[in-house]
Design a protein around this ligand. Structure first.
Ligand code: UN1
Length: 506
């Protein structure tokens, strides 16, 4: 492709002020997919200015009129699901059913946000004083900066932007540098929908462009989904500015508890899905399997059998279960964690770090291939490999003996708290886990991946505050006004407070 794709600022395709470009590569082949302008601080500056200029007019529209633009995008995402799913797969390497699911998740989120425009947007609240009407109303915060990751390159941008726009904010968005092609297509959709100039702006680029979004004091809210390392920096910088809200959704070191009462088919199926879908590159992927000693040997044998045979290969092939990792640097990171686990003296059960060359499909020799790495480790040992997020198919089996309290204690022994699951036929164990597991997304007898958009999404502890997702985004992108109106000519106060004005002559 000879063309260099640009930013989208103030309703125009915009070459930007920078001199550098970057390329998007197919993680399964290494093939270049496109060349993109690399955004600079001054590009962000212009995008924020455009978003600020557009804000007054955009906020003056009704929710329903704003949502009309999103409905156009909803239909385009639906009509083009197969085509866009294939692009997601080519650019981020997820196998094709996951590529499509990314687009479907995106239009579900758009549907949720645009449909919500016709729902009540506040509360009628009682007052102590009968003549007063009290309400909770919302208003948009202003310019919202969105920084999104590569692993859901279509869905997560719409998690951030759909609700934000319907609620009357304007947007400056930086897509992940690994998936700029998906970014380009989303920007084309906003352009096709005729979104008013400046309401939606996209600047392609790297972390420095993202940092400019966070540093810009005209941006009222930053929505961030990505690594804990960057997310904590975003939150710290926002806190220093005073006015800025940072809503961050970050990673996890997610666990699945498999008790003595577990159904083994459900346990193995859930663990395989949670650990290896998206090649372990979901923030909700599981890297810790906490298994009761009574079922340990059976579970281990069956899990190891599947992990040894799970199909790694061309993500466009319907028979593939795991595609490649996103980029060579990430492959190095996952490899180094596999090495670390060996150094920490765990018992390795499956090691497909270096795949057999016969497994790598023709023409895919330059892909970022890696297979499952499974080991058993002491649940009570203070190991880095069992506590740090790897974001790959790197899975620890942690055998425990004891009751559900013991299992949940091991489960909670990480700094993260995003997602997790329990596999058990005993409702008491399930309910104990539901109430005591320190996570935002908890599943029973299911994999811990695949949340639906109408549920809240997000974690606790180091995993973030969970706001840049589904319905919680509303809290991050609106101000609430407590609005009280008097229907009487008398001023009467709550709490028995006197409204009498007393003068010195009285
Ligand atoms: C992520 O991995 O960053 O629950 C998001 C899921 C998806 C989203 C994951 N709906 O697996």
């Amino acid at each position: 492709m000879a063309e260099t794709f640009t930013h989208y600022i103030a309703g125009e395709w915009d070459d930007g002020d920078g001199t550098e470009t970057f390329e998007s590569a197919n993680p399964a082949t290494g093939e270049t997919l496109g060349t993109f302008e690399r955004g600079t601080e001054s590009d962000i500056d212009r995008a924020v200015a455009a978003a600020e200029d557009a804000f007054e007019e955009w906020r003056s529209l009704s929710y329903i009129d704003r949502a009309e633009y999103l409905w156009d995008i909803y239909h385009e995402l639906r009509d083009r699901t197969d085509e866009l799913g294939e692009i997601v797969t080519k650019e981020c390497g997820k196998e094709i059913s996951e590529g499509r699911a990314d687009v479907i998740e995106a239009y579900h989120m758009v549907e949720w946000a645009a449909g919500d425009a016709r729902h009540p947007q506040g509360d009628v609240v009682p007052s102590e004083i009968p003549s007063k009407d009290a309400y909770m109303r919302r208003k948009p915060r202003g310019v919202v900066g969105c920084i999104t990751p590569w692993n859901f390159p279509v869905a997560i941008p719409f998690w951030h932007m759909a609700v934000t726009l319907v609620h009357g904010n304007t947007v400056v968005w930086k897509p992940a540098e690994q998936t700029p092609w998906c970014g380009q297509i989303i920007a084309e959709m906003f352009d096709d929908a005729g979104i008013p100039e400046g309401v939606f702006n996209m600047v392609q680029g790297f972390g420095d462009a993202g940092a400019s979004i966070v540093d810009d004091e005209r941006i009222e809210t930053v929505l961030f989904t990505g690594s804990a390392e960057v997310g904590h920096e975003v939150a710290a910088k926002a806190a220093q500015q005073g006015n800025k809200l940072a809503a961050c959704e970050m990673g996890g070191k997610n666990g699945i508890v498999i008790t003595a009462e577990a159904d083994m088919d459900t346990a193995v199926h859930s663990a395989v899905m949670s650990s290896f879908k998206t090649t372990g590159q979901r923030c909700v992927s599981s890297e810790r399997l906490i298994v009761h000693t009574d079922v340990y040997d059976e579970f281990k044998a069956r899990f190891v059998e599947v992990a040894s045979n799970v199909a790694v290969g061309d993500p466009l092939d319907e028979n593939t279960f795991m595609g490649p990792l996103i980029e060579p640097e990430h492959k190095e990171k996952v490899r180094s964690y596999n090495d670390l686990a060996r150094e920490e003296d765990v018992n390795v059960l499956v090691d497909r770090t270096d795949l057999d060359p016969a497994e790598i499909p023709d023409g895919h020799e330059d892909g970022n291939w890696i297979g499952p790495f499974v080991y058993e480790a002491d649940p009570y040992a203070d190991l880095r490999c069992t506590h740090e997020e790897v974001f790959g198919p790197h899975v620890a089996l942690l055998e425990y003996d004891g009751d559900i309290e013991e299992a949940v204690e091991i489960h909670n022994d990480t700094e993260y708290g995003l997602a997790g699951a329990i596999i058990s036929e005993d409702y008491r164990e399930i309910n104990y886990y539901r109430d005591r597991a320190e996570i935002g997304l908890a599943y029973g007898n299911l994999p811990c991946i695949g949340a639906e958009v109408q549920l809240p999404f997000g974690g606790v502890k180091k995993s973030g505050n969970g706001y840049p997702s589904a319905r919680e985004v509303i809290e991050a992108v609106t101000e609430r006004t407590a609005w009280t109106l008097n229907n009487s000519y008398e001023i009467e106060m709550a709490q028995g407070l006197s409204a009498d004005i007393k003068t010195k002559d009285e």
